[in-house]
Design a protein around this ligand. Structure first.
Ligand code: HEM
Length: 438
């Protein structure tokens, strides 16, 4: 995992940042957070996922360490994370993939101040006025078709990682193409779009985009322009259509829309694997989902509980200016990790925090001090409700037709960007309709 500002941090040198931090700490008489700089936080976490929670009980909820060749401060506990974000918004710089070599201003996630407000409100307005219901019906249909295809291919034998990943990735890409651009994935424009996106990433998000991504971006923009000229190729209820209704889409917003699909496809594909993993281990809940009507609360609760336990892991910022929290100096140049995964596992946030229990979202919706898988500040995910709906549509379609069991390991491993189910995890789909054997 590499962060842009982490590169800044490494370039300047962890030593330079630390030396300055110690000096400021002496002058201002404010200690740096506790923690041993000889301990590699990234390594101890990869070896034992609970190590960060343990450290937060030993050292306190704010501690420092060495990770990814940079100086990091970790914060555990949502109320504290939210408070720091709120009070020190101007002192923190969001950290994400740097797309400014491709288009001005970069991604919404890295924008600040007025520029962020402008593009965020354009996106918010378009999202509010888009009716995604037709596209969700298409997603449910595609999910059932895709799973039926897997069952035809594998019968009652475990579905291996590669086949599952490819199918989920196609499902998500087709879905996002429809939702964001309003383009039918089976149309000529849809097929062209798919090929052009292969050039943009293909095997995963490219963290340092270069010439190849620049070319791919302009091909995608060209395909989208052509599709929007031919009215019949674009459904009226797409995000892009609603955006065009506000006025011409500039290069910055176009780049952002293109990257929403690019980043959204990897993250959502990974999330569908988690949903499948939870389904395999919690048949009592998938039976309940199968029994409820479309749009019932259990499928959504299942997705929200999956997000409490997995996928949403951290928020990352870089300290732009020195500031003090709980008596500790947060020095300029330090990387800051708000530990969301760990915060969701604290016993004072959730009863039996490691148990999978969607029931906690059926009784009462926990407030943002207890549950924040989509972020905590002005950069919160604008697609939060959309993503829950996406996951619930998928789970419902799967649970309606199949009971899910699995073969292989039930452990999680750290992938390139996120923790994920071990590659050996392979679901087995058994048709619910008696007499129909796959
Ligand atoms: C399970 C699915 C998802 C999760 C858990 C998730 C989580 C998040 C989180 C935690 C943030 C805040 C990052 C920060 O504060 O640094 C965020 C921001 C964002 N997400 Fe998502 N997201 C998901 C799906 C999506 C999808 C499908 C899209 C688009 C198609 C999307 C688009 C965005 C955008 C554009 C932002 C930046 C907003 C801003 O900076 O104003 N997300 N997401």
């Amino acid at each position: 995992m590499r962060f842009r500002s982490d590169r800044v941090n490494r370039k300047k040198g962890i030593k330079t940042i630390l030396t300055r931090a110690k000096l400021v700490s002496l002058i201002r008489r404010r200690p740096l957070p506790p923690g041993d700089m000889n301990i590699r936080l990234d390594e101890i976490e990869a070896a034992d996922r609970l190590s960060i929670i343990r450290k937060s009980t030993e050292d306190g909820p704010i501690f420092k360490g060495h990770a990814w060749d940079a100086f990091w401060i970790y914060v555990v506990g949502l109320p504290r994370c939210r408070e720091i974000m709120r009070q020190h918004e101007a002192d923190l710089q969001p950290v994400t993939i740097d797309t400014t070599p491709l288009f001005a201003e970069g991604l919404l996630r890295q924008m600040e101040g007025e520029v962020h407000r402008k593009y965020r409100s354009q996106l918010g307005l378009a999202l509010k006025s888009t009716d995604f219901s037709g596209a969700f019906v298409a997603l449910a249909h595609d999910t059932r078709k895709l799973l039926a295809g897997l069952v035809t291919q594998f019968g009652r034998t475990p579905i291996p990682f590669e086949a599952l990943y490819l199918c989920f990735s196609n499902l998500v890409f087709d879905g996002l193409t429809r939702f964001v651009f309003g383009i039918d994935p089976q149309s000529e424009h849809g097929r062209k779009l798919c090929a052009a996106y292969q050039e943009l990433g293909g095997n995963g998000l490219v963290w340092a985009p270069g010439l190849r991504q620049k070319k791919a971006l302009s091909s995608i923009a060209e395909i989208l322009r052509n599709a929007s000229v031919e009215e019949s190729n674009q459904c009226k209820n797409s995000l892009m259509r609603k955006m065009q209704a506000q006025g011409p889409i500039d290069d910055v917003m176009m780049g952002n829309l293109i990257y929403m699909v690019e980043m959204g496809r990897y993250d959502t594909t990974a999330f569908l694997r988690w949903l499948c993993w939870f389904a395999a281990m919690n048949s009592d809940w998938t039976d309940r989902i199968a029994d409820e009507n479309d749009g019932g609360p259990v499928a959504e609760a299942f997705v929200m509980e999956a997000l409490r336990l997995e996928q949403s892991e951290r928020l990352v910022r870089r300290v732009k200016r020195d500031f003090v929290v709980d008596g500790y100096l947060f020095p300029k140049g330090a990387m800051l990790r708000f530990c969301i995964w760990e915060s969701h596992k604290l016993p004072d946030a959730h009863d039996r925090p490691f148990d999978f229990d969607p029931g906690r979202f059926l009784e009462d919706m926990p407030g943002p001090e207890l549950y924040s898988p989509f972020g905590t500040d002005k950069h919160q995910c604008p697609f939060a409700a959309f993503s829950v709906n996406f996951g619930a549509t998928f789970v419902k379609a799967m649970a309606n037709d199949y009971q899910v069991s699995s073969h292989g390991s039930h452990t999680s491993v750290r992938g390139l960007y996120h923790w994920e189910p071990d590659k050996s995890f392979s679901p087995i789909l058994s048709s619910r309709i008696s007499g129909i054997s796959p």
